[in-house]
Structure formats: structure tokens, C-alpha cells
Design a protein around this ligand. Structure first.
Ligand code: PBG
Length: 332
């Protein structure tokens, strides 16, 4: 008579189909939000050196790229503008003819069903590279809020489907919600960068967006990577202030926080798989040190497992491609 001395976990791992059957977390194309950088000028498409596969596009070349994204089955993008002109109050962030405002209008005209998210911040637009206005050498909170509201309203006016404030000023969700409502955009959701750490993993993005702070760092407004309860305080404030989505950023070193935020709230949680996380895999894969497809899929799956409903990722096109190939081969 056999006696059960141990459990046979391998029963559920015996074949591809069996593993598929019991898989708890799946990546799908609907989860993906693809970030895009738009620049002024013409006939400009240039790769960001520290982010292979990521390009700056001028508006005349943008439509082709959006067509590709849409044909892969990606349903959402987040737009970052890289303006020519910068000044101390980030005027181009809220200019009616600003680069992002133009891009939003153009994309929505050609692809009305694509969800267009606008990143709402000042750092790409200020000559000092900070996310707010400077007074006596510090980043002033409340004055920055009014500029962020102007930025958000101008983006909504241009047709943005979602406003994603990433500046980490206190009260930005409440102020932007109020500003949007007053301007007639009470149906425009806010995807708040609720939990945003002062991270070294943003390095390549700052290359891409030309937004490196010209003095100091962002530690007086972005969060200390050592803190967990602070993340919950930030998330709670944003929920209270009326956020519709909560972003946790970066993703990979903060999966514990992602789970905390998911457990804390009923709102959709968004993982921002940031530039440094992208570039590390790209570099390792280019050297043949890791398998790109396997590592990317594992990494993004872990974000979903940790509680993310959506993922902002520079890998979105690759992932969509792999999913499409797997479906064709009947192996998804
Ligand atoms: C703007 C902003 C940043 C990122 C998204 N929005 C940079 C920063 O805060 O320095 C980083 C994105 C990435 O690294 O991929 N505030």
C-alpha cells in the first residue's frame, strides 16, 4: 500500500497545455501602454543612444509609427514631448501649439480609438530640468500646481484621453481634478504617478527627454527608495483626491510596493517599467548574456503577479509581437 509521504507538485507542470491550464497570471496586449517621445522639426527619427529600439519622432513621421503600434494590437500610448524651447517656467508644457498638444491632436484625428495618455510634468520643458518652478533655490509646491493644472487642461483640450501627472508635487491630483472639472473635462480620468521614487533607473529617460536636473536632484519631491509606509500615504492621498489609476514607479525594484498598493485600493494599478530597467535587459541581451524574450516576459509577468493591472513599457511592441507570434503558432 502506498503511503503519501510528499506532494507531487510536478503533476501540474507535465506539459505545455497543463502549464497553460493552471497559469495564474497572463500577459496580454490589452495590458500594455507604449511610451513615445515626440520632438519638434521635420523628418526626424533618431534612436535614443541609451535606449536601443526607442526613437524620437517628429510629427510628420509619427503616423507611420502609430500605424505599426495599432496594427500590433496595442491600444494605449503615453506621450512625452521634447520641446526645442525651454524656460524657467516650462511655458511649452502648456502652450496650445506645444509639441505634445500637437501630437495628441494628430494621433487622435487619425486613430480615434487609441487611448492617448499625456504625461503631465514640467521637467522636459524647464531650463533647470526640475518638475516645478524654482524659488530661492527650492522647488516651490503650490505655484507649480497652477502650471501643472494649465498643462493638464491644455492636454485635455487637445484631446488627451487620460492625464498622467508625474511631477510629485503635493496636491497635484486634487488641483488637476478641480482644474479639469472647471474646464469641462470631468470625464477625463487621472492616471496618477501616485508612488514615484527618486530612482537611479530613470537615467536613460533623462537622456531621451533631455530632462536631467541642472542642479541638485529630485529627492525633495520624489520618494526615498527605502520607504514603504510613505508609499501607502502617497497612494491614500491620491485615492482621496480623486485619482482613477495609480502608477507605481519604477516597477522592478518595487514589486512589494505594487502588491501593497494593490491591496490598499480598488483602483487599477499601473506598473511603470522604467527606462533603466529596459536598457539593462537590452544591454545584457545584446551581449548574449540573457535571452531577451524570456527575461522580458518573466519580468513583466512578475509585475502583474505583484498586482499590476497595466504596464507602461518600452518593450510593448516586442511583447505584442511575441504574443501575436505565439497565437499564430497556437502556443499562447
Ligand atoms: C517626468 C518623468 C520621468 C519619467 C517619466 N516621467 C523622469 C523623472 O522623473 O526624472 C521616467 C521614465 C523612465 O525612466 O522610463 N517627471
Amino acid at each position: 500500500m502506498s503511503q503519501q509521504a510528499f506532494n507531487r507538485h510536478r503533476r501540474l507542470r507535465g506539459s505545455h497545455s497543463m502549464r497553460n491550464l493552471v497559469r495564474e497570471t497572463k500577459l496580454s496586449k490589452e495590458d500594455l501602454i507604449y511610451p513615445l517621445f515626440v520632438v519638434e522639426g521635420q523628418n526626424y527619427k533618431k534612436e535614443v543612444p541609451s535606449m536601443p529600439g526607442v526613437f524620437h519622432y517628429s510629427l510628420d513621421l509619427l503616423d507611420d509609427e502609430i500605424d505599426k503600434i495599432v496594427s500590433l494590437g496595442i491600444e494605449s500610448i503615453i506621450l512625452f514631448g521634447v520641446p526645442k524651447h525651454k524656460d524657467d517656467v516650462g511655458t511649452q508644457a502648456y502652450a496650445e501649439e506645444g509639441i505634445v498638444q500637437q501630437a495628441i491632436r494628430q494621433v487622435k484625428a487619425n486613430h480615434p480609438h487609441l487611448v492617448v495618455i499625456a504625461d503631465t510634468c514640467l521637467c522636459q520643458y524647464t531650463d533647470h530640468g526640475h518638475c516645478g518652478v524654482i524659488q530661492d533655490g527650492t522647488i516651490e509646491n503650490d505655484q507649480s500646481l497652477s502650471l501643472l493644472v494649465k498643462t493638464a487642461v491644455s492636454q485635455a483640450r487637445a484631446g488627451a484621453d487620460v492625464i498622467a501627472p508625474s511631477n510629485m508635487m503635493d496636491g497635484f491630483v486634487a488641483s488637476i481634478r478641480h482644474g479639469l472639472d472647471e474646464a469641462g473635462f470631468s470625464n477625463t480620468p487621472i492616471m496618477s504617478y501616485a508612488v514615484k521614487y527618486a530612482s537611479a533607473f530613470y537615467g536613460p529617460f533623462r537622456d531621451a527627454a533631455h530632462s536631467t536636473p541642472q542642479f541638485g536632484d529630485r529627492k525633495t519631491y520624489q520618494m526615498d527608495p527605502a520607504n514603504r509606509m510613505e508609499a501607502l500615504r502617497e497612494a491614500r492621498s491620491d485615492i482621496q483626491e480623486g485619482a482613477d489609476f495609480l502608477i507605481v514607479k519604477p516597477a522592478l525594484s518595487y514589486l512589494d510596493i505594487m502588491r501593497d498598493v494593490k491591496n490598499e485600493s480598488l483602483l487599477p494599478v499601473v506598473a511603470y517599467n522604467v527606462s533603466g530597467e529596459y536598457s539593462m535587459i537590452k544591454a545584457a541581451a545584446a551581449n548574449g548574456w540573457v535571452d531577451e524574450k524570456e527575461t522580458v516576459q518573466e519580468k513583466l509577468t512578475s509585475m502583474k503577479r505583484a498586482g499590476a493591472d497595466l504596464i507602461i513599457t518600452y518593450f510593448a511592441k516586442d511583447v505584442a509581437n511575441w504574443i501575436n507570434e505565439d497565437i499564430e503558432r497556437g502556443r499562447h
